[in-house]
Write a protein that binds this ligand. Structure first.
Ligand code: IDP
Ligand code: MG
Length: 136
């Protein structure tokens, strides 16, 4: 019995700017994820504010939203068993300095804000985030 799950992944502006999107996609594919849907877009700050609304009381909220809307991003729906948690593990800790060896953020992250990738943190949020970018 398969237990496929979907999660939302974003390759953030710092990584797209360094042309790392294909390398990062290969990491997902070689770790058993299927890329079900993808698009490269540039979002408005107002959209970033909606996407990151859970963080609106945080001191870094404004910078975070400016950053996510500062350049092109690659938004993807990833699918595999346990996609949400497996993606979080593959991404590594929020702060690249604290991320484990072999994780995407350890390899490519520049700083806690420019940490190269976003991944949904729960099945419930994955559904909300996938709808946010792909519901038409
Ligand atoms: P996550 O991306 O690992 O889920 P969250 O706590 O959900 O981390 O934070 C969302 C994003 O906000 C992070 O990926 C990072 O870009 C940014 N961020 C989180 N904490 C800080 C901070 O202390 N300073 C600056 N930016 C932060
Ligand atoms: Mg998060």
């Amino acid at each position: 019995m398969s237990n496929k799950e979907q999660t939302l992944s974003i390759i953030k502006p710092d990584a797209v700017e360094r042309n790392l999107d294909n390398q990062i996609k290969k990491i997902f594919l070689s770790n058993g994820f299927k890329i079900i849907n993808e698009k490269k877009i540039k979002i408005e700050k107002s959209e970033a504010e909606k996407f990151y609304k859970v963080h609106e009381t945080k001191p870094f909220y404004d910078d975070l939203c400016s950053y996510l809307s500062s350049g092109p991003i690659l938004v993807m729906v990833l699918e595999k068993e346990n996609a949400v948690l497996d993606n979080r593990e593959l991404m590594g800790a929020t702060n690249p300095k604290e991320a484990s060896e072999g994780t995407i953020r350890k390899k490519f992250g520049l700083s806690i804000d420019k940490n190269s990738v976003h991944g949904s943190d729960s099945i419930e949020n994955a559904k909300i985030e996938i709808d946010f970018f792909f519901k038409d």
